[in-house]
Design a protein around this ligand. Sequence first.
Ligand SMILES: Nc1ncnc2c1ncn2[C@@H]1O[C@H](COP(=O)(O)OP(=O)(O)OP(=O)(O)O)[C@@H](O)[C@H]1O
Ligand SMILES: [Mg+2]
Length: 318
Amino acid sequence: MAEALSIDTITRPILGKSVKIEALKKMILKVAPAKTNVLIIGESGTGKELVARALHELSPVKDGPFIAVNCGAIPESLIESELFGHKKGSFTGAIADKPGLFEVADGGTLFLDEVGELPVSMQVKLLRALQDRAIRRVGGNETVKTDVRIVAATNKNLEEGVKKGTFREDLYYRLNVIMLETPPLRERVGDVEELVQVFFDRFNEKQKRNLKGVSLDALEVLLSHAWPGNIRELENVMERVVTLESGSEISVSTLPSEIVHAARKAAGAPKELILRADFSVGPVDLEAVLSEVRKFYQREARIYAKGDVSLAATLFKE
Ligand SMILES: Nc1ncnc2c1ncn2[C@@H]1O[C@H](COP(=O)(O)OP(=O)(O)OP(=O)(O)O)[C@@H](O)[C@H]1O
Ligand SMILES: [Mg+2]
């Protein structure tokens, strides 16, 4: 009997319970079993690689390799040989036959990270490989069949790239059979609190610090920060403060001063909650949406009242 696969059984869980992250998890469960190409878009640090790994682990090719390649980090002259391999002697330095990542990922998933950075000349070759389901090594004559699931990711607006002519439209449609969006942390109401707790526990244990927790003041600052670097930024901040805290719990004075300043500035300014009605993932849980709106107002009121609970309670009517 096939083992039950669920979003909770993956190696590195996708944390968060906000409406947006729940919708994303539903989509992952829906698209993972098919071997369709997936394009993941999202800001830096929002979990694109985490989602790519989840897609792999929940897919029929889960026992095959998961190969990640950062298209923006390889010099242009080497990309073709990295992806498709080369024959001995095909260029200076090609001292032996070498398989490319398409062949290495055969029977598994090839994760093309920062796909928007691929030079146009390479985009043509990638499109051909995807269409033919076969590659040709640099300097080689024969084609090699490959069976790989392609997951691509970008933090760039590829549609804009298509309009400007820096990204090929045909490749865009080929990669973008299914699009998943990893939401920025500032649109994930309620998740910061959970992530703070999970990362605190994780680093507190890992570093054997035995701290009691995060003080309320410090939590308010963390909650009102906009997290432009998203989860990666939050994770790094938590690691840093758990390391540096000299008291018994995380205090405001241990938080990075940029964050304290940014949070103080943000606290006075009105904030907006961005809601998008998305019916593509199944029936919308209206109660969950409403509870998120409620949480948003409660949190903003607490921040506006600088933690004065009775003042906060007068700021809206239930
Ligand atoms: N929902 C989540 N739950 C738990 N951890 C997360 C989540 N999203 C991201 N992370 C963690 O945040 C860090 C950044 O995630 P990841 O590398 O997947 O982001 P990314 O979108 O690929 O960023 P970049 O565009 O900068 O490469 C990782 O350590 C990842 O484990
Ligand atoms: Mg990444």
